[in-house]
Design a protein around this ligand. Structure first.
Ligand code: PLP
Length: 444
């Protein structure tokens, strides 16, 4: 056991803290708070564990979760592909040399100009969940490959998504056939069981729904090339979640039992699972007051400059906390309300959390498992700058530096159409659907 791990074992830390980010290691980081201390070797380990747990899986990292360039570069160097929600995210990937042809555009509702720009850059796979989106895609990315997002049960996730997105199972077959009529390739099926999903059965049900669609489409002569398991794979915070091997066991069995055939590409879009546990938000106590009998702790990070997720659930959401106090584990703990630096009371993050009674101004408060949906949510509200990431380790086996993948010289600098050589062969517009008929259908 390394000294850092032994240190942590003695302390009995809540949640999960990377060895490189234990309280002793954090105390040695000399940077201006607030900052996000990120251990890139944890990202690498999580990626390796994920690919090992589900044989044949191709991860497309959901970069909305944490788009720090070093995180993207680490994952790209390990062979990850990416899922984007916007043209802005695609541009960030292009900056580090990722080929858009390797990227999935999984936002089911996109701006027409974003579709056209992504297509021009070489991205060829787009998700959709409605007729309206299909007409848009047929017009702005003629001949593209499309994958349908199914609405699935996400009631056991902490952050459900299925009210906003997802085609109903009974509409999905007709939508895929319409895609074919419009000259698009009915390429695949996807779903999202909701972020921080807490039950393995959610994946089984979703795979069953995807399998039923695949079987129905087979009758229409449509063979799907991709099944995309989406995101939702949980991370360890304070509440118990099923471990990855349990989730993977359910998924692997469901893939065997519930699909009529195995599509060529088995994709997933993990976000939180790969990065949450890799990072600790390091904050400084700005003030401590008793107000109407309640202990208030004011720190330099709040909901608006990094911890927005604390606003998104009711009472259930807790992050593992620790402090820089050397007496942290030795003195009595008392309940605190922990709030951010702004003048707005709604940047309060935690209620009734137990912290050392001795905590005082200048001490640091460490928020564990803070690598996901923190930097990417942070605003400048009230003039407080978002936390900066500080990287403490490279991927395992490297020299504690980040491997960046080299820029690709052939990336288009202007949104010109890709050359025929760059275009996947199936992307030609079918002859029975010329531009005129596409324009006509698109304007319906
Ligand atoms: N894929 C899509 C389309 C998403 O919208 C999201 C998150 O919102 C993800 C993947 C990642 O989800 P998670 O971070 O729960 O893995």
């Amino acid at each position: 056991m390394t000294a850092a791990l032994a240190d942590q074992a003695r302390l009995d830390l809540p949640g999960h803290w990377p060895a490189a980010l234990g309280p002793r290691a954090l105390a040695e980081l000399d940077a201006q708070t607030p900052f996000l201390a990120v251990d890139l070797s944890t990202v690498a380990d999580r990626y390796a564990a994920f690919t090992a747990a589900i044989p044949g899986i191709s991860p497309f990292y959901a970069m909305k979760c944490n788009a720090a360039q070093d995180v993207l570069g680490t994952l790209a160097a390990l062979g990850s592909s990416f899922e984007v929600a916007s043209i802005g995210e695609l541009r960030m990937l292009q900056e580090i040399g990722v080929d858009p042809a390797e990227v999935l555009y999984s936002n089911p509702v996109k701006a027409p100009h974003a579709i056209a720009a992504a297509r021009a850059a070489g991205l060829w796979r787009f998700s959709f969940d409605s007729e309206g989106e299909l007409y848009k895609l047929a017009q702005h990315a003629p001949g593209a490959a499309v994958y349908i997002r199914l609405r699935v049960d996400d009631s056991t996730s902490l952050f459900p998504l299925s009210r906003k997105f997802g085609a109903e199972a009974h509409e999905a077959r007709a939508l895929m056939l319409l895609a074919r009529e419009l000259g698009l390739e009915p390429y695949g099926v996807t779903f999202h069981v909701g972020s921080q999903c807490a039950t393995t059965s959610a994946w089984r049900q979703a795979i069953a729904a995807a399998g039923a669609l695949m079987a129905a489409l087979q009758e229409d002569g449509v063979h799907l090339r991709m099944l995309d398991l989406g995101g939702g794979f949980p991370s360890r915070y304070v509440e118990r979640v099923p471990p990855l091997d349990q989730i993977a066991g359910t998924i692997n069995a469901a893939l065997e039992e519930l699909l009529p055939y195995r599509p060529a590409l088995l994709a997933a879009e993990p976000g939180r699972h790969l990065v949450a546990e890799s990072a600790v938000m390091v904050t400084t106590v700005l003030g401590r007051e008793v107000r109407a009998g309640e202990n208030w702790l004011y720190v330099d990070v709040g909901a608006y400059n990094g911890m927005m997720e604390t606003q998104q659930t009711v009472q259930q959401w807790r992050f593992p906390l620790w402090t820089s106090r050397t007496d942290h584990a030795l003195v009595p703990h008392v309940p605190f309300t922990v709030t951010g630096p702004s003048c707005d009371s709604s940047d309060t993050m935690f209620y009734g959390v137990n912290l050392p009674a001795t905590i005082e101004v200048g001490d640091r408060l460490y928020i564990g498992s803070a690598g996901a949906y923190t930097l990417s949510y942070a605003s400048h509200f009230n003039g407080f700058a978002p936390p900066e990431p500080v990287f403490v380790g490279g991927p395992a086996g490297t020299n504690a530096t980040v491997q960046r993948i080299p820029s690709q010289p052939h990336l288009p600098s202007s949104p010109a159409a890709p050359s025929p050589a760059d275009t996947p062969s199936h992307l030609g517009t079918p002859s029975h659907l010329g531009t005129a008929s596409l324009a006509a259908t698109a304007s319906r």
